[in-house]
Design a protein around this ligand. Sequence first.
Ligand code: ZN
Length: 273
Amino acid sequence: MNRRNFIYLLGCNCISIGLTSCSSTPITERRQLKLIPESTLNAKAAALNEKVKKKEKLSDDKETLSKIKKIGSKIELAISEYFYKNNMPDPTINFDWEYILIEKNKVKNAWCMPGGKIAVYTGILNITKNDDGLAAVMGHEIAHAVAKHSVERASRGILVSTGTAIIDIASGGKLSQVNKTAGQNVVGMLSQIGIMNPFNRKQESEADYLGLIFASLAGYDIRETVKIWERMREANKGKEPPEFLSTHPSSKKRINQISTWINKIILEYPPIA
Ligand SMILES: [Zn+2]
């Protein structure tokens, strides 16, 4: 699929709002509405990240953490390098990247807050299984942050009903039932910036697409991505669906869409380093 088709599929929702508050997502060039400054959300995310680190038990598995950091820094570099080489502004210029591994085997989840605060729960490691798998999940989460989906979501809410989204962000929003295992306190905290609340389908699709690109640019085998989603589906057959699935339903349709992108992305976005 070429870029134009992708944009066509995703559509544009920035109608009659005024160009000043509209910008585009990197690479997919989907028009976005951004009324809330990125710096506001980033600052809030950074503060929350500090709280998460105090509340959660951080894993002492140094080997896995350094693997996560290594994969992360390869993705960071690949993103910056890509935008630099293409004379485009680096969307991660204001990021202050940080990686934590949270010791919770029951929680199969990972997230990336606005501004690049990334957490992986130990529970997702038996689904990601290898570096390519981990890069796929991290690439997807990082893509949400790079595409400023939280900024967009927060901004959209202001328009839809006055202040609702702001209140939603400020007061915790609605918590997913499935996220209970992650610990109410932390989930409540994360919900303040919309992490743990589902992104919309368009944003999910975009994060899938950009995530593949970022992992490929960073030198990972993105064919593993389909296998991960299959493993997710498999894990979903248990009593407690993985948290990642509550916000990322791995439908057949989604897996099919990802597989139609893979070969082209491998060719068009080879390892950049
Ligand atoms: Zn997602």
